[in-house]
Design a protein around this ligand. Structure first.
Ligand code: EPU
Length: 419
């Protein structure tokens, strides 16, 4: 993995427009859906971030013929050439687990290394495996691999014991080619899941719902090709929206679906940011003083865990004590120690970060461990006086397309060096 260092000269006002890229977490399961058909699937508005490149490479490893052109990708998988998704691929992106359901459904066999991804706490996949086993798959673990086999999968009724985004996506994809009807209850219904449902329908899948949190899939014998435009990335948009709330900043976000950012917009307005929302754009101007807030991460439409770290950075600038309780992952506060090195006053109490503001941040040398923590530190560096250096920044590029370029265009003094 390449080492990347980000340097930021902070305390400069950010002003201007930023175009939001396609959603990484929609593009990942949608690329995995290529395994479900022998026909070509075209994707548009694909964010060319590292995780997507790894998924594209994983598809090539197992037999897809793919071509990237700008922000579009065409993939065709005539046959599954190899059922093996390697340790190297799976350790780089956790989304490799999304290949399990589609590979089993169309090919009846898959050997996938246990997934890696961001170190943000326990990340189980027991519901994925339980659901696929109930559909008739035989699943074993062989050293670092999950090995799964089946004849044709069978429709089931399955209520997820807890909300899982990729678990819902895996079983939905598997069910499209299963024999009979699958009823999935307590589904995660993040916008990325509904965008996947839209793609599967475009490929000819018979899916109805969501009705409440239930989705019904009537299995088909084959799916066909499609051309699909990926939704905008609400987490990228949320990150720039938060940056726009710093004193002195004024940012226009272009190409967003504001409804997907409902919980964040509400919190930021309550904190005192000046926000105007139109059909596909959001304008944000930093408030002179920000009020503190109490926030809990929750499945959609609640406040997303993927914006918890970035909002924590903003809360260091609020006038008083803010709290964020993390309920989705059990170890997602690794940015806190680094923000404190910048001068923030944040304490962790069980599952809650307690943030005392306003703190005067000053540049420091930081190290990052995961994707969203990296974004939080970049935001910290933008606020801080003087130079902030963020080492080990590869993670940022797993999920944010051209972030340094986009910030430079807004007026930030940010550079990267690779070594
Ligand atoms: N869980 C189980 N059993 C399962 C699956 C999940 O107990 O079988 C638990 C997990 O341990 C966790 C919680 O349920 O505590 C939620 O996990 P979920 O499965 O929803 O997360 P995920 O599907 O692995 C996706 C995103 C994450 C995002 C989470 C939550 C993708 C590729 N990843 O992960 O995105 O944080 O949903 O919204 O869609 C990111 O982009 O930075 C990122 C980490």
């Amino acid at each position: 993995m390449q080492d990347i260092t980000i340097s930021i000269q902070g305390s400069r006002p950010l002003k201007g427009s930023v175009a939001i890229s396609g959603a990484k977490n929609a593009a990942l399961p949608e690329l995995a859906a290529v395994c479900l058909s022998s026909e070509t699937i075209e994707f548009h508005n694909v964010p060319l971030v590292e995780d997507i490149k790894v998924m594209h490479a994983a598809l090539a490893e197992i037999g897809a013929q793919g071509e990237i052109s700008g922000n579009s990708i065409r993939e065709t998988m005539p046959v599954l050439r190899s059922p093996l998704v390697s340790v190297q691929t799976a350790q780089t992106t956790r989304a490799s687990i999304l290949l399990l359901g589609p590979m089993l459904a169309r090919h009846g066999y898959a050997k996938i290394s246990f997934p890696g991804g961001c170190p943000i706490g326990e990340r189980k996949i027991d519901f994925h495996l339980q659901g696929l086993e109930q559909m008739g798959a035989e699943i074993q673990s062989e050293s670092e691999y999950i090995v799964a086999r089946c004849r044709r999968l069978k429709g089931i009724e399955y209520i997820f014991p807890g909300k899982t985004v990729t678990g819902t996506e895996n079983l939905l994809m598997a069910a499209t080619l299963a024999e009979g009807t699958t009823v999935l209850g307590n589904c995660a219904l993040e916008p990325e899941v509904t965008d996947l449902i839209r793609l599967l329908q475009e490929m000819g899948a018979d899916i109805s719902g969501p009705d409440g949190e239930t989705v019904v899939v009537r299995g088909r014998t084959r799916l066909h090709g499609a051309s699909h435009r990926i939704i905008p990335d609400r987490i990228e948009a949320g990150t720039y929206l938060i940056a726009g709330c710093f004193a002195g900043n004024e940012i226009h976000l272009q190409g967003v679906i504001p409804e997907h950012l409902g919980s964040l917009l509400e919190i930021l307005k309550d904190m005192g940011a000046d926000i105007t929302v139109s059909a596909e754009a959001i304008y944000v101007k930093g408030g002179k003083s920000l009020a503190p807030a109490e926030v809990i991460t929750q499945p959609y439409p609640g406040f997303p865990t993927d914006l918890q770290a970035q909002l924590t950075t903003l809360m260091t600038q609020a006038d008083g004590v803010s709290r964020i309780r993390e309920t989705i992952f059990n170890d997602r506060f690794r940015h806190v120690g680094e923000l404190n090195r910048l001068g923030a006053e944040i304490k962790i109490q069980n599952d809650t970060a307690i943030i005392k503001g306003p703190a005067r941040l000053r540049g420091a040398v930081l190290k990052t461990t995961d994707l969203r923590a990296s974004a939080a530190l970049v935001l910290g560096g933008l606020i801080a006086e003087g130079e902030t250096i963020i080492q080990n920044s590869y993670q940022l590029f797993r999920g944010y397309e051209n972030m340094p370029d986009k910030l430079q265009k807004l007026g930030a003094a940010i550079t990267i060096s690779r070594g």
